[in-house]
Design a protein around this ligand. Structure first.
Ligand code: ADP
Ligand code: MG
Length: 232
C-alpha cells in the first residue's frame, strides 16, 4: 500500500517548539504509517515526544520539515482555515486533560463541534452520542459536576460526534482509576470494532498498549525499531 492508502502517514517529520534558548528539537525524522482501522499504541518515556507526535498527526502542530498525510491529504497543502475544517470532519482528538468548556453543559460541549461546523441537529446528535457513551443521565451537568471518568466520556463523545474516521487520544486512561479506565478502553475499542475507526492512543498503560494491533515506541523524538517495540 502506498502512503495515500494509509489513515495516517508521516514521512521524515522534524519538529521543534519554543523560542531562542528554550527551543527544543522534539521530533527527529519520524516516519510512520497507520493503516485504516488499525489501533496503534504510542508508548515511550515521559518527554520522548508522544504528545507532540499525536498533535502533529492531528494537524494541531505543523512540522518544520517532512510530510504529514492524513486520509490521503497532505496537511502542508492546507491553510489554517482549511486545516481546521479538515480536522473537524476527519479527526477526533481526546486531550490528556479533557479540555471541556467549563461554562457549558455536557450536552453543549458535545454539540459544539457540530455547531462550529454548521451541521444540523447538533443537539439531537450530541444527546445520542452522550447516550452511546453511557451519559444519557448527565446531559445538563457542567464539567465540574462530573467525575473524572464522566468528563473523559464527554471528551470522547465530543471527539466522535462528527463521526471521524480517526481518533487520537492522549493518555485516555491516565487520570482515571482502574475500573473507570477499563470502561473508557472498552468504549475506544468499540469505536474501532463498530465504526471501523483508526485509533492512535498515547499511553503509559502497557495493558492498554497490548490491546492495540501494534505498539510504536518513542525515545528522544525517534521511533525505536526492532524487537523492543513488537507487541508481546
Ligand atoms: P511526552 O508526551 O512523551 O511526555 P511531549 O511531546 O509532551 O512528550 O514533549 C517532548 C519534549 O518537548 C519535552 O522535553 C517537553 O518539555 C518539550 N516541549 C513540549 N512542548 C514544548 C513547547 N511548546 N516548547 C518547548 N518545549 C516543549
Ligand atoms: Mg505527553
Amino acid at each position: 500500500m502506498g502512503m495515500q492508502d494509509k489513515a495516517i502517514a508521516l514521512h521524515d517529520v522534524d519538529l521543534s517548539l519554543g523560542r531562542g534558548a528554550a527551543r527544543v528539537h522534539i521530533l527527529k525524522g519520524i516516519s510512520l504509517g497507520v493503516d485504516r482501522g488499525e489501533a496503534v499504541g504510542l508508548i515511550g518515556p515521559s518527554g520522548s515526544g508522544k504528545s507532540t507526535l499525536l498533535m502533529t498527526m492531528a494537524g494541531l502542530e505543523r512540522p518544520d520539515s517532512g510530510k504529514v498525510i492524513v486520509d490521503g491529504t497532505d496537511l502542508s497543502g492546507l491553510d489554517e482555515d482549511a486545516l481546521a475544517r479538515f480536522r473537524g470532519r476527519r479527526i477526533g482528538i481526546v486531550f490528556q486533560s479533557f479540555h471541556l468548556v467549563p461554562t457549558m453543559t455536557a450536552l453543549e460541549n458535545v454539540a459544539l463541534p457540530l455547531e462550529l461546523a454548521g451541521e444540523g441537529e447538533a443537539f439531537e446528535r450530541a444527546e445520542a452520542e452522550l447516550q452511546s457513551v453511557g451519559l444519557g443521565h448527565r446531559l445538563h451537568h457542567y464539567p465540574a459536576q462530573l467525575s473524572g471518568g464522566e468528563q473523559q466520556r464527554v471528551a470522547i463523545a465530543r471527539a466522535i460526534v462528527p463521526n471521524p474516521a480517526i481518533l487520537v487520544a492522549d493518555e485516555p486512561t491516565g487520570n482515571l482509576d482502574e475500573t473507570t479506565g477499563q470502561s473508557i478502553v472498552d468504549l475506544l475499542f468499540a469505536l474501532k470494532r463498530d465504526r471501523g475507526a483508526t485509533l492512535v492512543l498515547v499511553t503509559h498503560d502497557l495493558a492498554l498498549a497490548r490491546l492495540c494491533d501494534r505498539m510504536v515506541r518513542l525515545r528522544s523524538g525517534q521511533v525505536e525499531t526492532g524487537a523492543a517495540s513488537a507487541v508481546a
